[in-house]
Design a protein around this ligand. Structure first.
Ligand code: COA
Ligand code: MG
Length: 294
C-alpha cells in the first residue's frame, strides 16, 4: 500500500470528496475528528458509510478514516458506522502509546467479524505525538502491531496541551519541542519497521515552501506526508520521488558492490561508500520498483 501522499478531506463535504478523488493522492483520509463540528458528526458517519459502500471496487487510492480519539467518547460510534467492506484503514489521533493501538485492534477484530471482513483487513496509521504522555511512549510501537501501517505526528494538539504559544521559530522551522516530536516519530517508525509520514504543511498556497519542506522530510527518512489541500498532492508526490541522479547513484553503488562481493567499502568518484550506503541504495531502487509496479 503506497502512502506517499495522504489527503485529509472533511467527512461532511461531498464536493471535497469528489475533488479529492481526482488528485492522485495515494490515500484519502476522510476526517470525522476536528474538521467536523460536533452536531454534524452523526450525519457525517452515515454519509461516510454510504461512500465506503459506493467505492468498494478497485481504485487507485486508499480509503482511510480519521476517527475521533478515545478520550472523546465518540470512537466506538465512529467505528460502528465505518468498519465495512471497502475501508482500508483508520487514522487514530491522540494515541497515548501502543496500548491504544492494541485497544483499537480489538475493536476492529469485533467489527470486522460483524461486517464479514477478513481479520486484519483494516490497517491503522497512528498519530503518535499529540499528547504529552504519548511522547514518553514512542518506543512502545516496536515491535509493530500487525495492523500498524505507519506512524505520523502532529504539532497542533501537542502545542495545546504543552501550552506553547507557538510551535515554529522566527525562521519558520519547528521549535525545539516540536523538532523533538518529529524526530522521535521518525525513530519510533524505524524501530517498528513501518513508514514514518511527516505532518501537514499548513500554508497550502505556498507550493515552493511545501516542496522544499518535503525534500527535507525525505532527506531525513520520512516516506510520505499528510496533505490538507488538493494543490499539495502533486508537490508531495514529486518531492518524495527519488531524483534521476539519486537513482543513477544508487544503481552505481549496487553495481559496484555486486562486482566486488568481497569488499565492505568502495570508492566512487572520490567518495567512500560502505554497507549503510548499499542498504540505502537498495531502498531507493526498491521504492522506484514499487512506483513502477503501481
Ligand atoms: N479535499 C478536497 N477538496 C478540497 C480540499 C480538500 N482537503 N480543500 C479544498 N478543496 C477544494 C475546495 O472545496 C475548492 O473547490 P472548488 O474549486 O470546487 O470550490 C478548491 O479545492 C479550492 O479550495 P480553496 O478555496 O483553495 O480552499 P478553501 O478555503 O475552500 O479550503 C480548507 C481551505 C483548509 C478549509 C480546506 O483545504 C480543507 O478543508 N482542508 C482539509 C481540512 C481537514 O481535513 N483538516 C483535518 C486535518 S488537520
Ligand atoms: Mg488534531
Amino acid at each position: 500500500m503506497k502512502l506517499t501522499s495522504l489527503l485529509f478531506v472533511p467527512a461532511d463535504s461531498e464536493k471535497k470528496f469528489a475533488k479529492a478523488r481526482e488528485t492522485g493522492a495515494d490515500g484519502l483520509i476522510l476526517d470525522l475528528e476536528d474538521s467536523v463540528a460536533g452536531p454534524n458528526k452523526a450525519a457525517a458517519r452515515q454519509t461516510l458509510a454510504s461512500w465506503i459502500d459506493a467505492h468498494q471496487g478497485p481504485r487507485d487510492w486508499g480509503f482511510w478514516v480519521r476517527v475521533n480519539a478515545f478520550d472523546s467518547g465518540l470512537t466506538l460510534d465512529d467505528l460502528a458506522a465505518i468498519v465495512r467492506p471497502g475501508l482500508d484503514g483508520i487514522v487514530l489521533p491522540k494515541a497515548n502509546g501502543a496500548q491504544d493501538l492494541v485497544r483499537m485492534g480489538h475493536c476492529l477484530d469485533a467489527l470486522e467479524a460483524r461486517a464479514g471482513m477478513a481479520q486484519g483487513t483494516v490497517r491503522i496509521i497512528v498519530v503518535a505525538t499529540e499528547t504529552a504522555q504519548a511522547m514518553f511512549n514512542l518506543g512502545s510501537y516496536a515491535p509493530a502491531h500487525p495492523r500498524l501501517a505507519a506512524l505520523t505526528w502532529g504539532a497542533e494538539d501537542l502545542s495545546a496541551v504543552v501550552g506553547s504559544t507557538a510551535n515554529k521559530d522566527d525562521s519558520g522551522d519547528w521549535s525545539q519541542p516540536y523538532q523533538l516530536a518529529r524526530s522521535l516519530c521518525l525513530m519510533a517508525a524505524a524501530a517498528a519497521e513501518v513508514p514514518a509520514l511527516d505532518t501537514l504543511y499548513a500554508d497550502f498556497r505556498d507550493d515552493a515552501g511545501l516542496e522544499a519542506s518535503c525534500r527535507v522530510s525525505r532527506r531525513d527518512g520520512f516516506a510520505g506526508r499528510l496533505a490538507i489541500h488538493p494543490a499539495q498532492v502533486a508537490g508531495i508526490n514529486r518531492a518524495f520521488a527519488p531524483s534521476d541522479a539519486d537513482v543513477a547513484l544508487a544503481q552505481r553503488i549496487v553495481a559496484a558492490f555486486d562486482a566486488n562481493p568481497g569488499l565492505g567499502t568502495i570508492g566512487i568518484d572520490g567518495k567512500m561508500y560502505d554497507i549503510p550506503h548499499l542498504k540505502q541504495a537498495r531502498r531507493t531502487l526498491a521504492s522506484v520498483a514499487e512506483r513502477v509496479s503501481e
